[in-house]
Ligand binder design. Structure first.
Ligand SMILES: Cc1ncc(COP(=O)(O)O)c(C=O)c1O
Length: 383
C-alpha cells in the first residue's frame, strides 16, 4: 500500500503541534511543481534533474508527476532512487569517473547517456551498448559560478576534440556536455561554453545530436530571486547563433535551482550564551547547513516561538554554532536574529532544498533526516 505522509498547513503549524527537538526539512510539493514548470516552459530543450541535489523519494516522484522524464545520476544508489520513482525514467550517468562495478550497474539500469572526460575512462566503457550516447565533458576557465567545477572534471577543448572523434569512431552516439559551476549567476558562462562546443564539433568533424549545458542555474540568495528566464533566453540565443536552426537538442540538468525553494529547514535553538550573542542550534555545517559554508546564507531567516508565532524584535548579529563538539561547526558569518528569541525557539532557513539532507552527516549522533510535507512554506501562526 502506498504511504501517504501527513500534510501540514505550514512549518509553524507543525512546530506548534509537535515541538520537534531535531532539525526538520519542510517540503512543499506545490513549490517544486511550480519551479519544474518554469524550467519546462522556459528552457529551450530537455529538462532533466540532477538527483544529487536532493534524492528524497518525494522529490523524485513529484518531479516525475510534474513531467520530468530524465535524470542525471552520479552513482548506482542514485539509479536505484530514480527507479524507485519511475520504471521508465531515462538516466544520464554524468559522473565521468566510474569503477567497473559502477559501469556494470549503469548498464543493468539501462543508462542511456554517459559522459567522459579522458580516454582512460572511455576505454572502460567498452561493454556499454553502442545505442547509447557518450557525451564528452569539457571545461573552460570561465567565471560566474560560486566555485570552479572545472578543477575536477572536464577535458580541455583540444582534448575534447580527440575524445569526440574516439566516441564516434567506436560507434556510440557522440555528444558534448559541460557544467559552468554551481550557483552560476552570469549567463555569459553558458554562452561562452556553447560557442566553444561549436568549435570542438567543427575541429572533430563529428556532428552531435544533443548538447548538455549542465546545471549551475542560480537559486535565490539573500532574498533575490534569480531571473532564470533571462538565462534560458541567453542559452537559446547562443545555441541558435553557434549552430543555426538545425543545431543539437539542448539538455539541462539543474539540481540546486530546481529544488532549493521547495524546502525550508527548521533548526531549534538549544542554548544562548554570552548574553545571547552566541547561539547553539541543533543543526550545523555537519548537517543540513553544510552548503552555507560554501555558498553563504540563502537569507530570509526567521525565528518562530514554540507556539508558532514569529519573533519580531530588532535583529542583532549572533555567532552561531551547530550541535556537535567540533569548534569548526559554526556558521561562517553568523546570523542576524531577533532580539527577543529564546532557547527552544526555531530558526527557519528558507531555500534549503539543495545539498542539505543530501550532504548531512550523522557526526556526533546529529544530522538531518526528517522531512514533513506542508502546503505553504511561510505560514501564519496557528490559531
Ligand atoms: C554533472 C552534473 N550535473 C548537474 C549538477 C547539478 O548542478 P547544480 O546543482 O549547480 O544545478 C552537478 C552538480 O554537481 C553535476 O556534477
Amino acid at each position: 500500500m502506498q504511504h501517504i505522509p501527513p500534510l501540514w498547513l505550514s512549518p509553524e503549524t507543525h512546530l506548534a503541534r509537535t515541538a520537534p527537538d531535531h532539525p526538520i526539512l519542510y517540503f512543499s510539493p506545490r513549490v517544486l511543481h511550480e519551479v519544474a514548470g518554469r524550467f519546462q516552459r522556459g528552457f529551450p530543450g530537455l529538462v532533466t534533474y540532477a538527483v544529487k541535489a536532493n534524492p528524497h523519494p518525494a522529490v523524485l516522484s513529484n518531479l516525475v508527476a510534474a513531467g520530468v522524464t530524465a535524470f542525471d545520476v552520479a552513482s548506482p544508489a542514485e539509479m536505484e532512487a530514480v527507479r524507485g520513482a519511475s520504471a521508465e525514467a531515462v538516466m544520464h550517468y554524468n559522473n565521468p569517473v566510474r569503477s567497473e562495478a559502477e559501469i556494470a550497474a549503469g548498464i543493468r539500469h539501462g543508462v542511456a547517456s554517459w559522459s567522459v572526460d579522458e580516454l582512460s575512462e572511455l576505454d572502460k566503457l567498452d561493454a556499454v551498448p553502442r545505442s547509447c550516447e557518450i557525451a564528452v565533458r569539457f571545461a573552460l576557465p570561465v567565471a560566474g559560478a560560486a566555485y570552479d567545477f572545472g578543477s575536477k572534471f572536464g577535458a580541455g577543448a583540444d582534448e575534447a576534440v580527440e575524445l569526440l572523434k574516439a566516441v564516434a569512431a567506436r560507434g556510440w552516439r557522440p555528444s558534448l556536455c559541460f557544467h559552468p559551476g554551481t550557483q552560476c549567476e552570469d549567463e555569459a558562462a553558458w554562452v561562452e561554453y556553447i560557442h566553444v562546443a561549436r568549435k570542438i564539433v567543427d575541429a572533430a568533424g563529428v556532428s552531435i545530436a544533443r548538447l548538455n549545458v549542465g546545471g549551475g542555474f542560480a537559486a535565490n540568495r539573500d532574498g533575490v530571486a534569480p531571473d532564470l528566464e533571462r538565462v534560458f533566453g541567453a542559452i537559446g540565443a547562443a545555441a541558435q547563433e553557434a549552430f543555426g536552426a538545425d543545431g543539437p537538442q539542448l539538455i539541462c540538468e539543474p539540481g540546486r535551482a530546481m529544488v532549493s525553494e521547495s524546502f525550508t529547514l527548521a533548526a531549534r535553538i538549544k542554548g544562548l550564551r554570552q548574553n545571547g550573542g552566541v547561539v547553539f542550534l541543533n543543526d550545523g555545517i555537519y548537517g543540513g547547513l553544510v552548503d552555507i559554508r560554501d555558498m553563504g546564507l540563502p537569507g530570509r531567516v526567521e525565528v518562530v516561538a514554540p507556539d508558532g508565532s514569529r519573533r519580531t524584535g530588532p535583529r542583532r548579529p549572533r555567532v552561531v554554532f551547530g550541535p556537535t563538539c567540533d569548534s569548526l561547526d559554526r556558521l561562517p558569518d553568523g546570523l542576524p536574529l531577533p532580539d527577543d528569541c529564546v532557547t527552544g525557539d526555531y530558526v527557519l532557513f528558507p531555500g534549503l532544498g539543495a545539498y542539505s539532507s543530501a550532504m548531512s552527516t550523522q557526526f556526533n549522533g546529529y544530522g538531518l533526516s526528517d522531512v514533513a510535507t506542508v502546503i505553504e512554506l511561510t505560514g501564519q501562526p496557528p490559531a
